[in-house]
Design a protein around this ligand. Structure first.
Ligand code: ADP
Ligand code: MG
Length: 482
């Protein structure tokens, strides 16, 4: 047995999501990414003496939205706390966060893995503010500080130690990102830092009831890197245990170039944050009435779409997941199925020709100008046998994108794509084609059935490619077997 198989990995993730509020968590300073450095910084952000924080209502609403979506308990009385530490990007010298009274506790997020469903229970979600940004790579000699980010609203989502592999962590994070995007509370952009994740990782012998000592890994800027960091860490820790060495409780950083982790600080030197209740903020009370109001306005969530697509529309799980992956794509599809009952075909069109068209032009579906109703028109032409699938996707569709004001059937006519589905006429062509190959017909009748394709091809040529392939196949077969 492989030594690595003797061990089980335990992982808990802490994700920070940056909220899409217009202003900061405790001030009216603008919260936006990419502004000129140090322009969105009033005296509150700068922590000048005598300034007072005010809680951002919208941030509370977003926290409640997320709490409802993950089935968490939402706390009635929310207090804020000061987390004290000294750093150049933290002008106040403390961060206002929630310590003992996180706005959400419990709840869970499910993710679909290849062969099963993964459920990750949540410990808590709390509100806090971000620090500024230290820039170490702009000036060769100095570290620069941009305080625009200081005070930006964050939610921290902490999981139970329920995750067992890098792959599961990846699946969970993908689900978190999808969810916050559907809820419209965070853009989920890990590269821009609006979704960040720290991973706590430990290993123990399989079947053990006692968790090993955990190591926290930071600084991973993509989901793939979270998975890589975890996979590296699992191996490193098992190797240490196998050598009879102790795992040091420490914080490590991920080096994306080498795919390895290195020690940043040990837990012994960990900060004592001296948490205490924030004296400048009153507790915020969240009533059941308020929660209900938000519940009513909650958008349709990916899980609900998944069951609609698989159970009602009978799409495969794979197709359903593809459509749901991006909220905007799902919205287009939802719009399309208002105009057609052929949901399977609608799914194929969105993930096939439409997606290919957008990919080729590096466009997103929100930039796609063809109304979904036009796709529905194409689908009904195909279903009525008036246009072949290939003519529709290769010719009619691109033409319709150029001339969306036209009716699909009219345009198909102009492009001479309307196929001959009149069986009398088609029968004439079949007879005409077969008459050319008396010997081949004998061969066919003697068992060389692979000749069917050749006959069909001949008739198709005669019809100038406009015969309905299904009907044609059937007619040729019937004629041959007469
Ligand atoms: P700390 O006090 O060090 O911040 P917490 O108990 O708050 O630790 O847990 C932080 C995260 O680490 C949570 O996501 C939790 O599920 C996870 N975690 C706790 N113990 C372990 C462990 N032994 N191995 C892996 N993850 C763990
Ligand atoms: Mg903790």
């Amino acid at each position: 047995m492989n030594v690595y198989d003797k061990y089980e990995t335990v992982i808990g993730l802490e994700c920070h999501i940056q909220l899409l509020t217009k202003t900061k968590m405790y001030s009216s300073d603008v919260a936006e990414y990419g502004a000129l450095p140090n322009t969105n910084v009033s005296v509150v952000t700068l922590g000048h003496p005598g300034t007072l924080p005010v809680v951002n209502k919208r941030a509370i609403e977003f926290a409640v939205k997320l709490g409802i979506a993950v089935n968490a308990n939402i706390r009635e009385e929310n207090q804020f706390a000061r987390k004290n530490y000294f750093y150049a990007d933290l002008p106040k010298g403390y961060q206002i966060t929630q310590d003992k009274t996180p706005i959400c506790t419990g709840g869970y997020i499910t993710a679909k893995m290849k062969d099963r469903e993964l459920r990750v229970n949540l410990t808590r979600i709390h509100m806090e503010e971000d620090a500024g940004k230290s820039l170490h790579d702009i000036d060769p000699f100095e570290t620069l500080v941009d305080l625009n980010r200081a005070g930006t609203p964050l939610l921290e989502i902490v999981t139970e130690p329920d995750i067992r592999s890098g792959e599961e962590a990846y699946a969970y994070l993908t689900e978190v990102r999808k969810l916050v995007r559907y809820l419209d509370i965070c853009d989920g952009n890990m590269e821009e830092g609006s979704l960040r994740c720290d991973a706590n990782i430990s290993v123990m012998l399989k079947g053990s009831k006692v968790f090993g000592k955990k190591v926290e890994v930071k600084n991973m800027n993509s989901f793939r890197n979270v998975q890589r960091a975890i996979d590296f860490e699992i191996k490193r820790q098992i190797d240490l245990v196998e050598q009879g060495k102790e795992i040091a409780g420490e914080t490590r950083s991920f080096d994306a170039v080498n795919g390895s982790t290195f020690s940043m600080r040990s837990k012994e030197s960990a900060n004592d944050y001296r948490y205490f209740p924030e004296p400048d903020l009153q507790p915020v009370f969240i009533t059941q009435e308020y929660i209900n109001k938000i519940k009513e306005k909650l958008p349709v969530l990916p899980d609900q779409l998944f069951s609609l697509y698989t159970k009602e529309y009978k799409l495969s799980e794979y197709d359903a997941l593809q459509l749901i992956d991006r909220k905007e794509v799902a919205a287009y599809f939802n719009d399309l199925v208002k105009h057609t009952n052929n949901q399977k075909s609608a799914a194929n069109w969105v993930m096939g020709p439409v997606k290919a068209y957008l990919n080729e032009r590096a466009l997103t579906i929100t930039e796609f100008t063809l109304p979904s109703q036009k796709i529905a028109e194409i689908i009904s032409l195909i279903d009525a046998g008036k246009v072949s699938n290939s003519a529709a996707s290769q010719k009619l569709f691109p033409a319709l994108v150029e001339q969306p004001q036209k009716n699909a059937e009219q345009l198909a006519g102009e492009l001479d794509l309307l196929q001959n589905s009149n069986s009398n006429e088609l029968q004439g062509l079949v007879d005409q084609a077969l008459a050319k190959f008396p010997e081949k017909i004998t061969e066919y009748k003697n068992g060389k059935v692979t000749l069917l394709g050749m006959f069909v091809g001949e008739v198709m040529k005669l019809s100038k490619g406009k015969a309905d392939p299904k009907l044609l196949n059937q007619l040729v077969k019937e004629t041959l077997e007469k």
